[in-house]
Design a protein around this ligand. Sequence first.
Ligand code: FES
Ligand SMILES: [Fe+2]
Length: 342
Amino acid sequence: MSAYLDPVRHDRERVALFRRVPLLVGRASQLASPGDFFTHDASGVPLLIVRDDAGTIRAFLNVCRHRGTRVEAAPCGAKKAFVCPYHAWTYGRDGALLSIAHPSGFAGFERRGLVEVPCAEIAGFIAVAPSPDAPPIDRTWLGPLADELLGFMPASSHVYAPTVMSKAMSWKLAIDVFLESYHLRPTHKQTIYPLFFDNLGLVDRVGPHLRNVFPKRSIRELANLPSDTWELRRRANVLYHLFPNTLVLVEPDHAAVLHLWPQGPDRTLLTSYTLVPEPPNDKARAYWDANNAILYGAIEEDFAMGESIQRGLASGANRDVIFGAFEHALAHFHRQIDLHTQ
Ligand code: FES
Ligand SMILES: [Fe+2]
């Protein structure tokens, strides 16, 4: 139970998981051209992520090397250079310090560029380990899931409808609620349950990650169709948990990406978006928006349970939390947290 409540454990996990493990902070398609950038703060570390002139995506601490001011304030944009608002030290797209105002006062500091942190493109995602001491990112981090994800959502997929919400629960609870289908009938009875079976899901553990397949009732129709016409994503939801804090829900013609960021032992920020094949016109927007309304309706039902659990555990009623036989994906997730935190 301390997994969800203990502030000391929380701090330890934030350092071990959210500074050193590759975190998926966005999509490479968001930075199409040199100079395109976005800033990212949800991990607790201010990051500036930019495509440099050679076309490489790089990540820097968004912190001026003079006195520490935030260098780039905008959430995203395109720039030739990044100018600190305080005394106008100026950094290039590669993080190099380009100019110091009145440089005679700072002889010897001409090479003090932005601090770079490990960054890599994996399966169309931008992965960052937001600490200058973190090891370089292993491009095989997602193992065989990288090709699977690219098969479902090409690197060129468009990021649509980015969303942010804040919830009163541990980031781990916010992930737990997605990792089993035992809750589907009672929690989602009036919404998505009619599409699925009661308590039926397949789980594969893939390294620290998880692949969950939740078949839809319509999968039974495949028995009468030739197997070369079968398409899993049309007959099941495929939900990946990419350790530690990303969920990717593959639906028939798009995917939803959710990142859960701890803000405290009982506070989580969700940043999410929908990956669609191309930038939508008005008609496509209406279609994706209708899809998202169903998805976020179900997510609110899940998060209501998560917030309820957080309040319940804080009461001290339960000394431990039971993961039953249908909940072994949760056990895997928590085991991986322990392994990476030791
Ligand atoms: S703090 Fe950035 S230029 Fe002085
Ligand atoms: Fe759910």
